[in-house]
Design a protein around this ligand. Structure first.
Ligand code: 9MR
Length: 597
């Protein structure tokens, strides 16, 4: 495909800010503020928090306050997790994003934490730390922190705890709906810019669904392909209780039972919006529980034999594919990462052992003795994957020679046997390594296999998060995209590992294309600059102005009618099928008619 300058876009290298898991101060003036759920400075003495340990004394005191005369003092704590908790089930709604902030104080040095608890459908309680602040006797702020929860959990609490049992003071507590910050509608869609070259996708996690702005960016730029960040990994899918029950009932310990409960909301989203999914991942040393490899599927069992593990592997892959096909027939899995990260940088199998006890070790190698589990994994995936679904081997540091060569040799062997369709280059990069030409050398070698190549988890960190640092990052991204475009005959998709910096797994080094306020960073402008593309011409019914009428238009107009989405003036024109000046169910019916025609 010839590159040219038809729609040259000025690389307006905007200054970008980076905030980590918290909302930056002075948020965009155009943000739509959310409703306040509970705000208190404890001045009226009313306290809606209860003690987590049941032993705490929780009272409004006038001996210390951040503002006004009173604060909430928590004394009598016997454990570090004792502290004030607020039950959210009745106050907050599942799937909505909230923000909490407070001022806290300890009497001497202490790290005061804001945490969250919920109970899942199996009755297991989960705890996670949301934010913290260190006080050495002074009042310190726990800055606005976003969170959400899904509809299948109960007993949702936020609470304060600290490193020891000393008194905690809390003041000026605010719990509110997170404001909705509009995304930039007037910039090109990344997926349109690269439509002649490859699909553009991203990874999302279930928690991202609660952020309307995040999802607007996904829909505008990345809806060619979605990977679930964690929800289809073995530790999310394997259901130990159901598996043990199966063993008990059938006396068969080779048939691991699976659940899609962690992935449900994402599967529903992709099904409803017709977004193709990259399945991630079937066979991996990480995020896979040890009991899967142990006798009787018990935590304490011995490692099973290779023969038994082969049967378990086949059943696992079969069960995952069958459950997806049965429960989510409308979700298109166009690709699956069958095996992930099996080779070390020097091109050897991983060390045998448990990754859960010693990071980097592989229970697959423990059971098989080497990497001979890879081929059967592809055989079973080929046998049970939906028709047309492409199968990939996926890895990081793919530009390091030893690993690159091992992947190349393995891929050619599997290709000859008709088992593999492509190689996934994760591409977790940093502006200082690898250089674009080192990256390109790996891409070129993989392309030379004749297999498809996908860039599956692209992000590029920068330690310098100043304006100048982001410009260096922009240049780096541009060079990497130039390399990918050069090989675009062999590359079918480029998938970013996330959308906004603050939600990235490497948040402190701001590796993505959008900042915490959902605005495009210099890196975004750098990769669209100079790419020739044709802006889609909207047609009637094409509410998202993608150039054709799809189910996404129906969903968008339905959401508009339910006040869940906004349409700008131009979009409204295309949505208003009967041109009566109103957008309602009659327009939805007319758009559906186009789809059915
Ligand atoms: O993005 C994932 C992060 O939320 C998890 O904590 C992490 C745990 O292993 O896995 C991340 O995703 C990984 C992906 O599945 C495989 N390649 C490396 C990714 C980043 O660690």
């Amino acid at each position: 495909m010839e590159k040219g300058i038809k729609n040259r876009l000025s690389a307006a290298l905007l200054a970008a800010t980076c905030a980590v898991s918290v909302v930056p101060a002075g948020m965009g003036a155009s943000a739509e503020d959310g409703a306040v759920i509970y705000e208190t400075g404890f001045e009226d003495g009313v306290i809606e928090f209860t003690g987590r340990g049941g032993v705490e004394v929780i009272e409004a005191v006038d001996t210390s306050a951040h503002t006004g005369d009173y604060s909430m003092c928590v004394s009598g704590r016997e454990k570090s997790w004792n502290g004030p908790q607020l039950l959210l089930d009745e106050r907050c709604e599942a799937g909505v994003e909230y923000m909490v902030s407070a001022w806290v104080r300890a009497e001497w040095y202490n790290d005061i934490k804001l945490s969250m608890e919920y109970t899942d459908t199996e009755g297991t309680r989960h705890y996670s730390n949301l934010n913290s602040a260190v006080s050495q006797g002074e009042w310190v702020e726990i800055t606005a922190t976003k969170f959400s929860f899904t509809s299948d959990v109960t007993n949702v609490y936020i609470y304060f705890e600290s490193g020891d049992t000393a008194n905690i003071y809390v003041d000026d507590f605010v719990l509110e709906e997170a404001p909705i910050i509009p995304i930039q509608e007037d910039i090109p869609s990344l997926k349109h810019v690269y439509a002649d070259h490859f699909k553009v996708g991203t990874a999302i996690c279930a928690s991202n669904l609660a952020s309307p702005s995040y999802m607007d960016l996904v829909e505008k730029h990345f809806s060619d392909s979605i990977t679930f960040g964690n929800e289809l990994k073995p530790d999310s899918v394997l259901d130990q209780n159901a598996t043990l029950a199966y063993v008990e009932e059938n006396g068969d310990d080779t048939n691991p039972q699976v659940t899609l409960s962690a992935a449900k909301s994402l599967l529903d989203y992709c099904g409803k919006n017709n977004i193709p999914v990259r399945g991630h991942v079937l066979v991996w040393h990480s995020q896979t529980p040890d009991w899967f490899f142990k006798e009787g599927f018990t935590d304490e069992g011995d490692w099973v034999s290779k023969e038994k593990m082969l049967v378990r592997m086949e059943n696992y892959i079969k069960n995952v594919m069958e459950k997806l096909a049965t429960d989510y027939p409308d979700v298109e899995f166009y690709a699956w990462d069958v095996v992930n990260e099996a080779w070390t940088d020097d091109g050897k199998p991983r060390t045998a052992g448990s990754n859960n006890t010693s990071s980097g070790q592989s229970a697959w190698v423990q059971v098989f003795g080497d990497n001979s589990f890879i081929e059967p994994a592809f055989e079973y995936a080929r046998k049970y994957a939906p028709e047309g679904c492409k199968l990939y081997y996926n890895d990081y540091n793919e530009y390091i020679q030893g690993k690159r060569n091992a992947i190349y040799d393995m891929a050619l062997d599997l290709k000859e046997k008709g088992l593999i369709d492509g190689i996934g280059m994760q591409a977790h990069l940093d502006v200082s390594f690898p250089t674009a030409s080192v990256f390109e050398a790996a891409l070129s070698k993989f392309a030379s296999t004749g297999l498809d190549v996908q860039i599956t988890e692209l992000d590029a960190t920068t330690s310098d998060t100043s304006e100048a640092g982001f410009e260096t990052q922009a240049q780096y991204y541009s060079d990497i995209f130039d390399a990918i475009v050069k090989y675009s005959d062999s590359v079918s998709a480029v998938v970013l590992w996330g959308v906004t910096d603050d939600t990235s797994w490497r948040a402190t080094k701001c590796p993505l294309l959008f900042d915490a306020q959902f605005q495009a960073k210099p890196a975004f402008y750098s990769i669209i600059d100079g790419i020739e593309y044709t802006e889609p011409v909207p047609v009637p019914g094409d509410a998202n102005m993608s150039g054709s009428v799809t189910v996404a238009d129906v969903v968008l107009v339905q959401k508009y009618i339910l006040s869940e989405k906004k349409l700008n003036a131009e979009q409204a024109q295309y949505a208003d099928m009967n041109a009566d000046g109103a957008i309602n169910v009659f327009d939805v019916a007319l758009i559906k008619q186009i789809l059915l025609a």
